[in-house]
Design a protein around this ligand. Structure first.
Ligand code: PHE
Length: 345
């Protein structure tokens, strides 16, 4: 039938246009001109009028088949072109990850600060407040307020770096006690103060002209030596282990009375005596005592009503004992091989 042949011919033409479309835009143009309502294909429907009933059926089927075939081809091609677009885009936008990254070296936290943090955590958990004092002190706070007047022989225990006749680098964190008491203005207080100290020592395996201390001070009514003992025993066992023996020895500091030096049983030999503890079975760890009445008085406290205890812990000493560090200078020289061993867990 001539009419059906016309439809077939047009179908072939449209399909070949679809097949030749090389991008979505070209394909859309084919759709607009050949698949819309006013297209040549649609207008062919009018040919049906001249046909007899039997041919009408055949012609209608041929039209439907032609439409279906074209639509299928069109959809297939559209999908194919869209996929192609995505593929092209992915290829264009892909990131080249073949360049090796930078190799960052992760350091550790200096054992000095790990120990200082640990001591702070313990005291904060017991309700102490952390305060800080200046590294550059007046002679008045560093010595006078600590009951060490000019010409007092104890000044020689702490050879100092003077900046001018009345100003020096603090030789201990104890002046922070006086600052804290001044601020508390006659009220009870419970503080720890971590910080740097400076003395004119010749540096060697156990001495450094700069070192760290943690000062502690409690002032209140009815504070006694038993409180000092219980507090330091608790803290030292937390830091060095529950089985550690803690020993208090009578000593002398001008700002405490009575004064004690506190030792813990040697971790190497467990108290039997070895080179680490020089055969004594104990290792000295801190100085402490009951706050001297003069120190309280100078801060405006009535020593008949208020009493207190104070202590000073050497941070490097604790770090050296805890980690078996053989030379205090390793803590300061910044050797990565040393510091790398102290990753915080
Ligand atoms: N300030 C003392 C020192 O540096 C330590 C200490 C602090 C002793 C507090 C008693 C009380 O050696």
């Amino acid at each position: 039938m001539e009419e059906i042949e016309k439809v077939q011919a047009l179908k072939e033409k449209i399909i070949s246009l679809i097949e030749n479309a090389s991008n979505v835009n070209e394909l859309k143009t084919v759709q607009e001109t050949h698949l819309s309502k006013k297209s040549e294909l649609n207008s062919m429907m009018s040919l049906i009028r001249n046909l007899n009933n039997e041919d009408k059926i055949l012609f209608g089927q041929a039209m439907n088949n032609a439409r279906n075939e074209i639509n299928t081809k069109y959809n297939e091609k559209l999908n194919y072109l869209n996929e192609l677009l995505i593929k092209e885009k992915l290829e264009k936008e892909s990131i080249d990850i073949t360049l090796p990254g930078m190799n960052y070296q992760l350091g550790g936290i200096n054992p000095f600060y790990q120990i200082q943090d640990e001591i702070m955590d313990i005291f904060v958990s017991m309700g102490y407040e952390i305060v800080e004092g200046p590294d550059v002190e007046t002679d008045y706070y560093n010595f006078e307020r600590m009951n060490i007047p000019a010409n007092h022989p104890a000044r020689e225990m702490q050879d100092s770096f003077y900046i001018n006749p009345t100003t020096l680098l603090r030789t201990h964190t104890s002046p922070a006690q006086a600052h804290a008491m001044d601020k508390a203005n006659g009220k009870p207080l419970r503080i720890v103060c971590p910080g740097k100290c400076f003395r004119r020592d010749d540096d060697d395996v156990t001495h450094s002209h700069q070192f760290g201390q943690v000062e502690g001070l409690v002032v209140d009514k009815n504070i006694n030596l038993g409180n000092l003992k219980a507090t330091l025993e608790l803290v030292l066992r937390k830091m060095f282990g529950e089985k550690r023996e803690v020993r208090f020895r009578g000593s002398y500091f001008p700002f405490t009375e009575p004064s004690v030096e506190v030792d813990i049983s040697c971790m190497e030999c467990k108290g039997k005596g070895c080179p680490t503890c020089k055969g004594t079975g104990y290792i000295e760890i801190l100085g402490a005592g009951m706050v001297h009445p003069n120190v309280l008085k100078m801060a405006g406290y009535d020593p008949d009503v208020y009493s207190g205890f104070a202590f000073g812990i050497g941070i490097e000493r604790v770090a050296m004992l805890r980690y078996g560090i053989d030379d205090i200078r390793r803590i300061y020289t910044g050797d990565v091989r040393f510091i790398k061993q102290f990753k915080r867990n």
